[in-house]
Design a protein around this ligand. Structure first.
Ligand code: DQA
Length: 142
């Protein structure tokens, strides 16, 4: 079956508890549940991975990326500086959509640059959980 990877970076395991005025009150488990339901509707398989360590994210993407149809990634703060993660996404060369829950352009200056976004087909920022669902729809259509 066609499979899409959903990858979340540092601190996204704290969703629901972490700055709820910015990231909302729902947890990563709630997000996973929502994506699974959408994936069932779209008849697509999804695999989830979250880590607070860039090396672990890179190992996962190197291993699972090549066999997949696409990657949905919220690299968290790694978006702003991880050239290693950028290189990994470039190397794997699988269609990638970068997602941010908050609007990174409407916050602190340092958040408005994403080095990983250069490796993405597109970026969805500021639409909360809906961003992941829209990315899933897009990748399924490809
Ligand atoms: C984030 C935005 C990043 O700037 C931040 O470091 C995160 C979450 C978002 O989803 O809005 O951890 O990627």
């Amino acid at each position: 079956m066609r499979r899409i990877l959903v990858v979340n970076g540092p601190n996204l395991n704290l969703l629901g508890k972490r700055e709820p005025h910015i990231y909302g009150t729902k947890s990563l488990a709630d997000l996973t549940k929502m994506i699974r339901a959408k994936a069932r509707e779209l008849k697509i398989e999804v695999s989830f991975f979250q880590s607070n360590h860039d090396g672990e994210l890179i190992d996962f993407i190197q291993k699972e990326g090549p066999g997949s149809l696409g990657i949905i990634i919220n690299p968290g703060a790694l978006s702003h500086y991880s050239l290693a993660l950028f290189d990994c996404l470039q190397a794997v060369a699988v269609t990638t959509v970068e997602v941010h829950l908050s609007n990174i352009h409407a916050r602190e200056e340092f958040r408005s640059t994403s080095v990983t976004a250069r490796a993405a087909r597109g970026v969805i920022t500021g639409l909360g959980f809906s961003g992941y669902l829209l990315a899933l729809e897009y990748l399924t259509e490809q």
